[in-house]
Design a protein around this ligand. Sequence first.
Ligand code: 4FV
Length: 229
Amino acid sequence: MPPAIRFDVVTVFPEIFGPVFAAGVVGRAMARGLVQLEAHDLRRYAHDRHRQVDDVPYGGGPGMVLKPEPLFEAIEEIKAHNSGPVILLEPWGERFDQGLARELAGEPGLVLVCGRYEGIDDRVRQAQADREVSIGDYVLSGGELAAMVIIDAVSRLVPGVLGDEESLAGDSFAGDELGHPQYTRPAEYRGLRVPEVLLSGNHKEIEAWRRAQARRRTLARAGAPRPER
Ligand code: 4FV
C-alpha cells in the first residue's frame, strides 16, 4: 500500500532524522507504512575527491554557502519518485502554522531541503524551489530542525496516523481557537484540585466549560502584546 505521505529530506546530517522519528505517533505511522521518510546525504551528490558541498561566498564575507550542483542533482533524483512540492527551509520563508500544515498534509509528499552555514546558493531557490518556509523569526544553525517540525506537524494530520487515544479535535488551532486545559488523576495534588465541573460527569457543562476556557486562552494570547526586543 503506497504511503499516505512521503517525505524526502536533503541534508548534510541525514543520521539525525532516524532517532527523532523512532518513537511516538509519527514513528508508529512510519512503522505502519502510512508515512515514509528518507533522509538523503547531500555529500552523495558531490563527486569530487573531497565531496565538497559548500564553498566561499561570491562577493566575500564570512562563512560558507551550499553549492548548487549537489543540490540540483539530489532534488532532480528525488523528484523522480516524489511529486510533492520542493520546500526550502529559510528564515525569510512563509510562516509555518497549522493552516499551512493542513495544506501540506494534502500533498502526496514533500521534498524538504535543509540549508546549513550561511545558506544555499540562490539558484537553487530560483530553479528548484516551489516554496520557502520558515518555522519562526530566529536563525537556526541548519534547516533540519525546521524540517522535523514540519514532518511531525504534517504527519499528525494524515488520516489514520493519530489513533483514537489522540484526536485532532482537541488540538489548538484545530479551529481558530487554542486548546482547553487538560487534567487527569489524581483529583487533588499538592492542594491543587481539578475543576469540579470535570468531575461532574455532566458532559454538556463540561463542553461549555472547555469552550469557555479555550476562548479565554485565545483572547488572552491575542491580547498579549508581543514584547519589543
Ligand atoms: C530556518 C528557520 C533557519 C538559516 C541558515 C539554515 C537556517 C541555514 N529554517 N525556519 N528559522 N534556517 O533558520 O526554517 O541555511
